[in-house]
Design a protein around this ligand. Structure first.
Ligand code: GUN
Length: 294
């Protein structure tokens, strides 16, 4: 079997075009421009690229992007003050504090301080709790993007066996909640799971979010399964440069799976599109107005 390649880039472009139409309608009908504040602390090169891409796409969709660049020496107190100013700023509908933060900053204190109504990352415990009990939450962007790709391909996920590899608060746990909400039978597997390959082989849906290059081999995959690769691992390439690979050994998996997301061009673009989506949702919910059609 040769797997269908799930084109996350094309899906994300369609979603972003819809969001841009929704933003334009909001501006025309009510004069509102949704705004995202992106906070980058320190000089992590990958984070710089991510934040630049996020603010670029926000602006391309017609929203306002406010970029805050702070030095690596920033204290927790200074960062908390900024978050509180952004909470109080009515032009800001979404607040994104890029991870990882430099050592020495109290990450929990920062994320607890973000107004849950502006928490477009969905990392605040209020949003995590709402997601867990099935209430309307701002949902973490990467799992939301994965769920959209799954729904697009499989339509009805009810009764399917889903294995989520990885138990992070950012991807693994919220991903499991979304799959449960879609009536899957969900297993969260992790570094202490016994016989990981056998657990994965039971999955109709396999989500790999471990951050270990090509850890999932072809013979870990049930024939015909849908495989979502969340990994973005930068590794040395033959030409002396670097290249991006996922958590799944793509060439092996493609021969077994029914469908698979590539890296790059799979989940990555969906994460940004979902950030735009959450910013528009936060803007409308905060003001008590309906979400425009997207
Ligand atoms: N670092 C890696 N992924 C993310 C993300 O989705 N949000 C934030 N804030 N930081 C990240």
């Amino acid at each position: 079997m040769t797997a269908e390649i799930i084109d996350g880039k094309a899906f994300a472009e369609r979603l972003q075009a819809g969001i841009a139409r929704g933003v334009a309608a909001l501006k025309a009908s009510r004069g509102i421009v949704p705004g995202l504040a992106a906070v980058l602390v320190g000089d992590n090169p990958a984070s710089q690229v991510y934040v630049r891409n996020k603010t670029r796409q926000i602006e391309a969709a017609g929203m306002a992007g406010f970029k805050h660049d702070l030095p690596a020496t920033t204290s927790t107190r200074t960062l908390l003050d900024l978050v509180q100013r952004l909470n109080a700023d009515d032009a800001v509908d979404g607040i994104l504090v890029q991870l990882p933060l430099p050592r020495g900053i109290d990450v929990e204190a920062i994320f607890d301080a973000v107004d849950p109504a502006k928490d477009v990352d969905g990392f605040h415990y209020v949003n995590a709790g709402k997601l867990a009990i099935g209430r309307d939450a701002l949902t973490p962007c990467t799992p939301m993007g994965c769920a959209m790709l799954l729904r697009d391909r499989l339509k009805n996920l009810a009764g399917l066996s889903a294995v989520v590899l990885g138990r992070s608060n950012i991807v693994g746990k919220p991903m499991a909640q979304l799959l449960l909400r879609a009536d899957c039978t969900v297993t969260i597997a992790h570094s202490k799971t016994r016989d990981l390959p056998a657990v994965c082989r039971g999955a109709d849906i396999l989500i790999a979010a471990v951050g270990r290059p090509e850890m999932v081999r072809g013979d870990w995959i049930k024939p015909g399964a849908t495989v979502i690769d969340v990994g973005i691992n930068r590794v040395p390439a033959a030409d002396g440069k670097t290249r991006l690979i996922g958590d799944v050994a793509f060439a092996e998996a493609r021969d077994v799976a029914g469908a698979i997301t590539p890296v790059p061009g799979g989940v990555g673009p969906m994460t940004i599109a979902c950030l735009l989506h959450n910013t528009l949702v936060a803007c409308c919910r905060r003001r008590g107005i309906p979400l425009p059609a997207i």
